[in-house]
Design a protein around this ligand. Structure first.
Ligand SMILES: Cc1cc2nc3c(=O)[nH]c(=O)nc-3n(C[C@H](O)[C@H](O)[C@H](O)COP(=O)(O)O)c2cc1C
Length: 144
């Protein structure tokens, strides 16, 4: 199987715990069936999501996500083939941006704000890599 990795950002303008829980539950169930793993960061205004898996599975998942009206202004930031998974232990690692360790925030937040569309490609890759190596979850029930 050729592994594909896709990272996008989108705008939600404020998401509830209930909505995040629903997204998380569906993601875990579907992604486990579809061989997809990844990361979802929920900031105050924006999402950043990394999906990794087979090319068709990732494309079909992305098509569903694009139709979801719980977010808008979806922008693909990175997409391509990949040698290995970053989040192989997580159907979808789900984090609130505010819960991310401060040393990671210091490196990747723009003027103290989680603003993924402002980040250059190397910083997107660095943030995802840092979170794949970080084990400091404060919400273990939402790690998938
Ligand atoms: C920010 C965001 C991220 C999402 N991530 C995923 C995901 O990784 N996998 C998934 O199946 N659905 C994801 N969804 C939900 C899909 O948009 C859609 O609601 C869901 O796939 C429908 O699944 P169902 O037919 O099992 O209800 C996401 C939605 C949002 C708003």
């Amino acid at each position: 199987m050729q592994l594909t990795r896709l990272v996008y950002a989108s705008h939600h303008g404020g998401t509830s715990e209930e909505a995040l829980r629903d997204i998380f539950d569906r993601s875990c169930k579907n992604n486990a069936n579809d061989g997809i793993t990844g990361l979802l960061i929920a900031g105050d205004e924006d999402f950043l999501q990394l999906l990794e898996g087979g090319r068709t599975a990732v494309a079909e998942c992305m098509m569903r996500i694009m139709k979801d009206d719980r977010h808008q202004r979806i922008r693909v930031l990175l997409a391509g083939e990949s040698e290995s998974r970053l989040f192989s232990q997580w159907s979808m690692r789900c984090l609130r941006a505010a819960e991310i360790p401060l040393e990671i925030q210091d490196r990747y937040w723009v003027n103290g704000v989680f603003d993924p569309v402002q980040l250059p490609q190397a910083k997107i890759e660095g943030l995802c890599l840092a979170l794949s190596e970080d084990n400091s979850d404060k919400t273990p029930e939402m790690t998938g």
